[in-house]
Every structure is written in C-alpha cells, then in structure tokens.
Write a protein that binds this ligand. Structure first.
Ligand code: WT7
Length: 682
C-alpha cells in the first residue's frame, strides 16, 4: 500500500506512486468479443440516419457538431412519447435556463415498466439481493407494473397530486423502487433521502422540499444490524408541519408504534387497484429532487426533469455498460444517491434490463459477498465504488477467486478517483484481465455518466485509473484562473462542460440563484463541476478532486461546512475548520481543527466523544472526523479568513512546504499546529 507521508494528496489518490515496484503502466484491455463497424449499426441503429458515421470516433464528433440531431434521434427511438417533441434543446447556460424536448410529453414509469411489461411480461425487472445472502426475491416486469400501479393509486388516495413532493426514506427494495416509479407515474416529485441520514438531516430535507408525505419501513437491515428507520422518521416529522401522512412498509415486521399520521403501507397497497393510468408529463416537469452537499452548511436540492434525465440515464447505461439482451445488471449503490437513481432504477429499467437491488454491505457476512452474489445471480455488469474495492483488496484475492465470475463483462467504478492499485486489482483479480474496467466520472448534478473510457472507441486501449474520454455529446473544457479555456494536452485546470446535455440538473430547489452562482457564474457560459482535472499528453481526462470545500468520504459527498456547523454548536467550542485528508480505505476522511472558548472544563476525550455523537445525530456517521485537534488558534488572514490550504498541508503532514504564511494575522499558530499534529501521531 502507499504510504501517506511520502506523497502529496493527489499523487496518492491518483496512484502516481510506485506500486509493487511498477510505475503507471499502460494496460490494454481486450475488447469485449469481436467488434467492428457493424457493431455500430446493431448497437446504435440511429447512426444510420447520420451522414458518414463509420466509427465511434466519427459518432462522437457528430454528436458534438450536431448535438440536437444526435439527441433528437435518440430521444425518438429510445423513448416512448405520448406527444412527440418538435424542439430539441433550448438552453442558456449563462442564466442556467435548461430545456430539452420542451413541447413533448411522456411518462417515465411507462417507459421504465409498461413498455417492457407489454413485450416481455415475465422477464425479471428486479432481483433483490437481501441482507442475508440466500434470501433473494425477484420481480418480473408484469409484477412490477402491478406494484407501481397499486402504489400510485395508494398515493393518490392519500391526496398526492401532480407536482407534490414525496420523501422516500427507505433502504433499497422492490417496494422502494416501485414507490419511486409510482411517483413518476402520477407526476409527484420524489425526494429520496439515504436511509443512513440522521433524523435532523432527514427533517431538513423534508422541510426544504415541503414534502406532504414520507414513506419509510419499520426497520432496515444492513450487515446483520437492525436500523430503526420508523423511529428516525418519527423524530424527524415532529419538526415538519408539511407532512400529512407517513406510509410505513414492513421490512422486519417489528412492532413499531403507529401514530395518527401513520398508515400501514403494505395493507393499503393490497387493497388498491392494479391498474393506474400513467399521467402524460411535460418533458420539463420535475421528476425528482435529490439533496447533495455543497460548500455551505445547507445541502442543495438538485432538481432533475423528466425526459432529458431519462434519456441520458437510458443512453449512458446502454453504452457505458454495453447492456445486451439477457444481461443482469448489478449496481451496488443505494437508491439514496444519484448512482442508485440512474443506474439501479431509471437507466437499466428504461432499457428493459434486469437490475439488481443490493441491500447488504461488501463484507457481510464476509468479504466474498459481492462475488458470491455475482456467481449466484450471474451478473454481467458490476458497478461499485473505489472505497469498497480498496477494502476488499486488503482482505486478499482468495475471497474473490473462491467464486465463479465468468458471467461478468464490465466492471464500473464511481464516486471518487480510483487509485492505480485498486484499478489494477479490479481488472486483474476481479475481472480476470478479461472484463472491461470503466472508471466513470459524473455528479448528482449531471444526471448520468459524463467521462468514461468506453463510448468513444470501443476497441481502444483503456488507460488505468482514469475516466479518460467524454461521453457522446459531452464537451469538457479545462479553465485557468483567468477563466480562459486551456488548449492542448498535458495541462490541468477547472473541469467545466462547454455545451448542454439532456441529463443536466435544472435548478436547486427554491434557490435558482444559488444554482447560477455555483455552476454557471464561476466560468460564465459554462457548467463548472467543482472538480479539477488534468488532460494528459494523450488527451485523456484524469480527475484530481474537488476545488471547493467539499470532500468525498467513502464516495459520499460532504461539505466541510456542514461538519463545522455541528462542531460549532458545542458549548465549549469557539471555532472550527474541517478539511479532507487522504485515507487508505475511505479515499478521504474529515479532519477537524478546533479552538475552545475560554475557561472550558472539559477533557479532550469527553469533548471528542460528545462531538462524535453530535455529528452522528445531526448528519450521519460517515461525517465523523477521524482526527480532532484542539488548538489555541486557527491560521487566518488579517481579514479573518481561515487559510484551509495550510490546514490541509498540516493534516497530511506536508509541513516542509507550507507556502507563504506571512499574510497570516498570527503566523505563530502554524508552529503550534504542526507540533500538535506531531504529538497526535506518536
Ligand atoms: C463528485 C460527485 C457520480 C455519482 C456518485 C457521486 C467525485 C465522482 C468520480 C470519478 C473522480 C469522482 C467528484 C464529483 N467523483 N466520480 N470517477 N473520479 N472523482 O456523486 O455525490 O454528486 O459526487 O464525486 O469529485 O464532483 P456526487
């Protein structure tokens, strides 16, 4: 494994360090089967309508030069429209005004369920890999349609109308997926909150989205542990006057107290009619809100609309993962994150494929869990996070090799940069040097995968540990500090996207100004991702990480300000600053620096214990800093701004090169901090 002290943050994350005596090697991945020009016509017949397209490279160029024609053709052929559109894109990136297919109408649940239930009713839509390894439940498209309709009727019976927001606080299950689709069927906007968030975090998201209804389960089960979901919802809704009804589905059957607002969801569904007419929605009506962290303490409710999002999820699923008839697609993300929305639910189902719902953890009951599942269910694609790959790598190859993985063709990685060691292990041990490994870079805001090796040249070699190439229609640009686009290769800058694409977010719920300020103002006219990137000598993209005060803990996005807000609430704390530092499993971990008010009578151990508890209660356990340092002062400029650049260096013990500290109001605090970091280490 790499050593923390010798390398800078980026070289560690990007794996530029020496691994097993080798430097960055270029590995050619064998192509999947035999691929030649005819593949293009079978896989993307729409290409026949475009002039002179013979290769994937041609297709990429066409998609950029004739974006509207490209997306228009795909929208027509890949989606079912109740009313065809005549206009493709109408976007103004300066004002954050985004519209795709605006005069068309469709229904997302019809596209994801009905059209397959009509054609292949008995094909499996969902395979639920429950927490206990041998408890698998399957749902066919026909059954899913009936579930979605019953739930849709139940929501309407409870007064949910088109445009209302429904918060879903459930672990992944067929009921949860059908509930998302039921919202889509009747035009309600769903707001899925990851079922690991605390009552306060949940309440904040219910309030901010003005949800009328919350849907949950009695309890959750993960890694053999029971999670009290209903109890968390009870605590949350106490401060949420907008909530009229709480629907409670059974997961464990535990006897949970029910109040006046609570309704037994399973009982209510059984009594409903199994047909519900899908509502024709405008392309630009909202499909869902999903909260994600930003650089302030307040999470952003990212809004996605119907047709553009669905098209982008559909097309990226198909081409990035080479989805073929008969595939069983396994994305192990939770539905509480965008990966779960796009690649557990909407993308795979819209393509009519069978999608796996994974309820457990990578190490339950042992570190062979994923591969045991691959063997039993015969997954053809596996899409997971680098943090899990790193964890499993540490447990050794035998847990993988014990199981037959010959069904697998494509292995995907998402959520954070994947380091070389993990990437190579994924390819050679998990994928037996036979599978295609795709690093996929994207964000909650982009709706789907943006940069990934696959689409632009199927037979080309894949460079290790980088997403490499933009997807069709996607134009990345690197910008320098003077906001000028950097041309050429071997350069780095702020990672922006130059041109609109259908899956892009439409607004931040209730705060369109913040939407413009965050994404469109920093580099006027372009979408700014918040990430930095390199373009290598070969013209490939490599993401270096966030440029703002957002960190990525085990693939979970976290605003350092959110953690600071909680720490600052402690009665003994005067001020705090949280930064990210490299962690060999989590990728990044929060590191907290804090100062105390005068005359505090609290031991460092008690303080740390109390802060940890507070962060768990107010955010979630993944947000708890691994290290707390109590100090006399924080490094600040004379105008009072905390210099995080210095704190980041202290956190990684890169203190020989702290840069210019002369602008600090009190340069002596740096010496003290360096000393406390050293003490902490020993
Ligand atoms: C941030 C987005 C995309 C779904 C899961 C996370 C980081 C994501 C990669 C990757 C390097 C990556 C970025 C991005 N990120 N994928 N393949 N390589 N970094 O979605 O919570 O919206 O977070 O995750 O920093 O901005 P999210």
């Amino acid at each position: 494994m790499w050593s923390r002290s010798k390398h800078s943050f980026f070289s560690v994350i990007l794996g530029r360090c020496r691994i097993n005596g080798k430097w960055n090697t270029k590995l050619a991945i064998p192509p999947i089967g035999k691929r030649h020009k005819s593949f293009l016509s079978t896989d993307m017949p729409e290409a026949a309508n475009f002039p002179n397209i013979n290769t994937y490279e041609d297709l990429y160029k066409f998609s950029i030069a004739h974006s509207d024609m490209f997306w228009g053709e795909l929208a027509k052929s890949r989606l079912h429209w109740d009313q065809p559109f005549t206009r493709v894109s109408e976007c103004n990136m300066h004002e954050g005004k985004i519209k795709w297919f605006a005069d068309g109408k469709l229904n997302v649940s019809y596209n994801c369920v009905d059209r397959h239930a009509n054609e292949t009713p008995d094909k499996l839509a969902l395979i639920w890999e429950k927490d206990q390894p041998n408890e698998v439940e399957s749902v066919s498209y026909k059954e899913l349609l009936s579930m979605v309709c019953r739930i849709a009727n139940c929501l309407m019976a409870q007064g949910i109308k088109k445009g209302d927001c429904v918060t879903i606080y459930m672990p992944v299950s067929p009921t949860a997926v059908a509930t998302m689709l039921a919202c889509a069927r009747i035009g309600a906007v769903h707001n899925v909150v990851f079922a690991g968030f605390s009552a306060e975090a949940l309440a904040q998201r219910i309030q901010s989205s003005s949800s009328k209804m919350v849907i949950t389960t009695d309890q959750g089960v993960r890694g053999g542990k029971v999670i009290e979901l209903k109890r968390t919802v009870d605590d949350a809704v106490k401060t949420c006057p907008s909530v009229q009804t709480v629907l409670v589905s059974k997961r464990t059957g535990a006897n949970v107290p029910m109040s006046e607002k609570d309704i037994d969801f399973d009982e209510a569904i059984v009594n409903e009619n199994s047909w519900c007419e899908p509502v024709s929605m405008d392309s630009e009506d909202w499909l869902f809100t999903l909260y994600t962290s930003g650089s302030t303490g307040k999470p952003k409710g990212i809004v996605h609309s119907q047709a553009g999002y669905l098209l982008y999820a559909t097309v990226t699923s198909k081409f990035v993962f080479d989805i073929q008839e008969g595939d069983i697609f396994g994305c192990v993300a939770d539905i509480g994150w965008i990966t779960g929305h796009s690649y557990v639910v909407y993308g795979p189902l819209s393509n009519g494929t069978t999608t796996v719902l994974f309820e457990s953890t990578p190490t339950y009951p042992d570190p062979g869990r994923y591969w045991d599942m691959v063997q039993r269910i015969k997954l053809t694609q596996f899409y997971g996070a680098p943090t899990a790959i790193r964890l499993l790598l540490k447990h050794g190859d035998s847990w993988v090799k014990k199981y037959d993985r010959s069904s697998l063709r494509v292995l995907g990685s998402v959520g954070e940069p994947i380091n070389h060691e993990a990437w190579e292990w994924y390819l050679s041990v998990v994928g037996e040097n036979r599978c295609t490994v795709v690093d996929t870079w994207w964000q909650t805001e982009t709706g789907g995968i943006m940069i990934t090796p696959r689409p632009s040249g199927v037979d080309d070699a894949i460079e290790p540990a980088m997403p490499m190439r933009p997807f069709y229609g996607i134009q990345p640009a690197l910008l320098d500090e003077s906001k000028t686009e950097i041309q050429g290769n071997s350069v780095s800058g702020a990672c922006c996207i130059k041109y609109p694409w259908p899956g892009m977010a439409r607004t931040i719920l209730g705060d369109h100004n913040r939407f413009i300020e965050t994404y469109y103002k920093p580099y006027p006219g372009l979408y700014f991702s918040g990430d930095g990137a390199n373009r290598t000598a070969d013209g490939n993209y490599q993401i270096t990480g966030r440029m703002d005060d957002v960190i990525n803990v085990s693939g979970h996005r976290l605003g350092t300000a959110e953690v600071e807000d909680v720490i600052d609430e402690h009665h003994a704390v005067a001020e705090s600053a949280v930064v990210g530092y490299p962690h060999d499993i989590k990728g990044e971990a929060p590191f907290a620096f804090l100062t105390l008010k005068e005359n505090q009578n609290i031991s460092a151990e008690d303080l740390e214990k109390e802060l940890k508890q507070m962060i768990k209660e107010k955010i979630s356990s993944f947000a708890i800093p691994d290290i707390f340092i109590v100090t006399d002062g924080l490094p600040k400029t004379r105008s009072g701004k905390i210099m995080r650049r210095i704190l980041r260096k202290i956190a990684v013990e890169d203190t020989d090169n702290l840069g210019d500290v002369s602008t600090l109001a009190d340069p002596s605090v740096v010496k003290k901090l360096v000393a406390s970091r050293k003490i902490l280490k020993t």
